[in-house]
Design a protein around this ligand. Structure first.
Ligand code: ADP
Length: 271
């Protein structure tokens, strides 16, 4: 299928000439498609051998007492690294599915409160002994039309990031609200913050604000790319506000036509 891009070109220096240029971007589109297929195929092919390796490493770790002491540390490191690689592959597969757009999209009415309560609970577990204070504020109870799996991964990436990039004891506030313009999910932390020069590029795959600060957060570098694509699939957009050393706020905006008032009798589990 041919893909044509229309561009409006304005001559800034000369007269008021305007030109509409039609460009054939079919080849570019095909290359992008090939890149996506390649990443998706490689990720799937790597998953099986990695599952086998991780399985054996887990068994070795469970029986660490039988291992010579110098091997215990090595097995532990291998096990940690193979978990990281599994997380990376899971995110790569997820991102390539989400990038395809409509094909992976499942249109449902979602209870945002329920989704957020579960993620906040998991985030508290992730925080563990760091004892972050994670607050959930819900001011709108309408349902959000969209793909539950995609929304879950976008929201959990933002909330888990807030935990990862906020020092122990910090506060994270998750707010779901709505006005006539639509619904907003805000995830606000008082953590390390982000230098403004990085903000425009944060949703690129593997872009990190400051790699030296992130060696031990265990992230895949794909979280915000996933968030961006989930929002694109839901006609939404992401706003990022941050101050170095003071904290960050990530806001997902959803248009009003995605918010649905449910009749009380329809409020049964699983809809
Ligand atoms: P990662 O796996 O590295 O966390 P993400 O795509 O989720 O990848 O985030 C990209 C980068 O954005 C992170 O490496 C970090 O530099 C920055 N970042 C994301 N969330 C926050 C936050 N709440 N506070 C500070 N920096 C953040």
């Amino acid at each position: 299928r041919p893909h044509i891009r229309l561009e409006l070109q304005i001559n800034l220096y000369g007269d008021n000439d305007r030109m509409i240029v039609a460009k054939d971007v079919t080849r570019l589109y095909q290359l992008e498609q090939m890149r996506r297929d390649f990443v998706s195929n490689v990720s799937h092919e790597m998953r099986t051998p990695l599952t086998v390796i991780s399985g054996y490493l887990e068994t070795l770790e469970d029986n660490a007492d039988d291992l010579p002491p110098k091997w215990r540390r090595a097995v532990h490191t291998m096990s940690t690294q193979s978990s990281r690689m599994e997380a990376l592959i899971t995110d790569l597969i997820l991102l390539s599915k989400i990038e395809i757009g409509e094909q992976a999209y499942d249109d449902h009415l979602n209870d945002v409160t329920g989704i957020l309560e579960k993620i906040v609970h998991d985030a508290q577990a992730l925080s563990g002994e760091q004892e972050h204070v994670i607050q959930l504020e819900i001011t709108d109870h309408r349902w959000l039309r969209g793909d539950e799996g995609q929304l879950r991964s976008a929201f959990s990436n933002l909330i888990f990031n807030a935990v990862k990039y906020t020092p122990a004891g910090g506060t994270i506030t998750v707010t779901w609200s709505a006005d006539s313009a639509g619904g907003q999910l805000s995830v606000k932390d008082n953590g390390i913050g982000i230098d403004p020069i990085h903000i425009p590029r944060l949703t690129e795959r593997f872009y990190r604000a400051d790699p030296s600060r992130h060696q031990d957060t265990g992230g895949t570098g794909l979280g915000l790319a996933i968030v961006k694509h989930v929002l694109l699939n839901h006609d939404g957009k992401l706003d990022i506000r941050s101050r170095m050393g003071q904290g960050s706020e990530f806001i997902c905006h959803f248009p009003a036509n995605r918010l649905v008032q449910r009749k009380p009798e329809a409020l049964t589990p699983n809809g």
